[in-house]
Design a protein around this ligand. Sequence first.
Ligand code: MAN
Length: 359
Amino acid sequence: MITAKALDLAKRLDQNPLLKPADIRPSNASMKIECLLNPGVFRFDNKIWMLLRVAERPEQKENQVSFPLYNDKGEIEILSFDKTDPDLDFTDPRVIQYKGRDYLTTLSHLRLVCSDDGRKFYEPKGYSPVFGTNKLEAYGIEDCRVVEIDATYYLTYTMVSHLGVGVGLIKTNDWKKFDRAGMIFPPHNKDCAIFGEKINGKYYALHRPSSPQLGGNYIWIAESPDLHHWGNHKCLATTRQDMWDSARVGSGAAPIKTEQGWLEIYHGANDEHRYCLGALLLDLKDPSRVIARSEKPIMEPTAEYERVGFFGNVVFTNGHYVDGDTIHLYYGASDEVICGADFSIGEILNSLLKQKRCL
Ligand code: MAN
């Protein structure tokens, strides 16, 4: 077996982790930030920006599990359960099951930070956090992808509530006024990345519906005339038995246009919930056609901060910016801290073209 290090193409930044929960202020005094995760990334106003997912809950008391959610009036409510309650399952640090109903252990919102050098990030004045606002976001909003098309930024993010997990769309030009377009992919769906330009006159998006019986957690592609109405769905990449992406796959940020095709960095997890990154190469003119797919991950959770944390053994990305041959990729490590790594597009393409039979 080839070792993880031999194929890991990521050049991790020396400054990692770039941001930890203690670096950011909670949204209000009664909350504690447990995790910073999975940022969307974009360029704006000559700076590099991240739209972080900030996951909060109240300080935990011994023998109790407490977590926030929005009630019907849009106010934050705290639910608490006794750890000894036999109806409670809190074995997964991310979710709680109580009497057949699922809750999340933290409530997430999105927070803007920016940087001049892509390493030192700070919260700029005058930019507000983005919170969940409606019933479909009662358990928060998560993992936002950002794509710029004709000077408008399109945010695709996960809307979470007891009604399910779906994809929401927000538009903005200035990061101060947000036009909320509602849910564009209904439950169960997440990991939606819109392509940065039209192909054959149509918009395209990768998305990840989940089917509990037939099918699975697979990456699909859809087309749209207007970014709101999506159709002609096709399955692009399934999970692969006995491989690193055997349990779930989902897209990262917007695909990168290269001469060889659209390059998409995606995440894959196995049954042990170990999250790695791999790459897909899609046909330039027909992105529903997969040309190549990573046999081995291009990045695995190997650094200490990727192996140990709120939910260990996770590298998860949904944000990057590209400069020449370099992908400056930002990622959530062990669902707790924000990190950066650089990749060479040429190196990823070389690795893919050598193993293209591996769809
Ligand atoms: C899911 C999402 C991500 C998270 C991973 C790993 O895919 O909730 O936000 O990073 O699980 O826990």
